[in-house]
Design a protein around this ligand. Structure first.
Ligand code: ADP
Length: 312
């Protein structure tokens, strides 16, 4: 029954049979009977004697997907970099023509500093994200104490919290241990706490909780801020996505923070979810597999990792 085989494949086999020599082709075929997903195949066919045709299909779908992601990323980066670079150019011109007016010079110089800072954080985050996307498996993985990750991420946000009189409180749980890369996990939790502070009113509260259940460790970052409309909840994890990009541009948001969180968490075999109520607040929860106690014991044995104290 030929209906089970893609007609494009049948046509290739027919051609090879008729010509009596091998041929190859790149095909994009529908993945299933419905939906618009497709598979990319590199198909080669060669006659085997007079009765048979050998068909070898190499699945290139994943490579195609990665290529598309890369192309999008490059297009977005170019767009995001052009704005601050354009601003730097304009401000430099303005500075030059205002050379005799000290107040104006100071004002333009101040704005120039802000744009330079934007470029710096954008470049850093782009490099960070590219590194994460390239690194599939975890380099330098070991047992990581989650409350230490949380403590470091929170400490790095203390000054920002104090500037807005935001009470920043974190839980501690010495038993919560995951397998992974501590620096990456600190970056992820740091980004969530930084967002929680940034999108909250002065004088509110940001809490970081640690929970262990069902062989998983959850890190929940909760704020009492502006919240996220339901329609945007999935999109906030996309690269360069900002709900209010004009406001975010002023505050220096790059739209990469949550994309980095998602990558780190996925690299650790976990997932990140968001709960939110507009005007009431948001909670971002990172869920990671709990480390296997046997692996932790082996890794913290004196010969293997003398300095890790994550014993059970
Ligand atoms: P950035 O913070 O640099 O703009 P992110 O990727 O970290 O980029 O976040 C994307 C967008 O998601 C933010 O611009 C903001 O609109 C929204 N967002 C993230 N965290 C929160 C939060 N805790 N409360 C409300 N909105 C948030």
């Amino acid at each position: 029954n030929q209906t089970l085989v893609h007609p494009e494949l049948v046509a290739l086999v027919d051609r090879v049979r008729a010509a009596g020599e091998a041929a190859g082709e790149e095909l994009e075929l529908p993945r299933g009977p419905f939906g618009d997903a497709s598979v990319h195949l590199l198909v080669r066919a060669a006659p085997l004697g007079t009765r048979y045709v050998l068909v070898i299909a190499d699945d290139r779908t994943e490579a195609h997907r990665l290529e598309e992601v890369r192309r999008d990323f490059v297009a977005n980066i170019s767009h995001e970099l052009k704005t601050p670079i354009g601003a730097v150019g304009l401000l430099a011109e303005a500075l030059e023509s205002a050379a005799d007016e000290p107040d104006e010079v100071r004002r333009f110089a101040h704005r120039l500093t802000i744009e330079a800072e934007r470029l710096r954080s954008l470049t850093n985050e782009i490099i960070e994200l590219s590194r994460l996307q390239a690194a599939d498996a975890l380099e330098d993985a070991g047992p990581v104490r989650v409350d230490e990750v949380v403590a470091r991420a929170v400490d790095a946000n203390r000054v920002a919290a104090e500037a807005h009189r935001i009470a920043l409180v974190a839980q501690s749980d010495p038993e919560a241990v995951v397998w992974g890369n501590e620096a990456m996990l600190v970056t992820a939790v740091h980004n969530l706490v930084a967002n929680a502070i940034q999108f909250s009113p002065d004088g509110s509260r940001v809490g970081v909780g640690i929970m262990r259940r069902d062989a998983a460790v959850e890190i929940a970052v909760a704020d009492q801020g502006v919240g996220i409309p339901e329609s945007e909840r999935d999109r906030v994890f996309e690269r360069f996505f900002r709900i209010d990009s004009a406001r975010s541009r002023q505050t220096g948001g790059t739209g990469l923070g949550l994309a980095i969180v998602k990558h780190v968490v996925q690299n650790h075999g976990g997932q990140v979810r968001v709960w939110s109520q507009q005007g009431r607040g948001s909670t971002f929860t990172i869920r990671l597999p709990e480390a296997d106690p046997a692996a932790v014991a082996a890794a913290s044995a004196p010969s293997a990792r003398p300095k890790r104290g994550a014993k059970k």
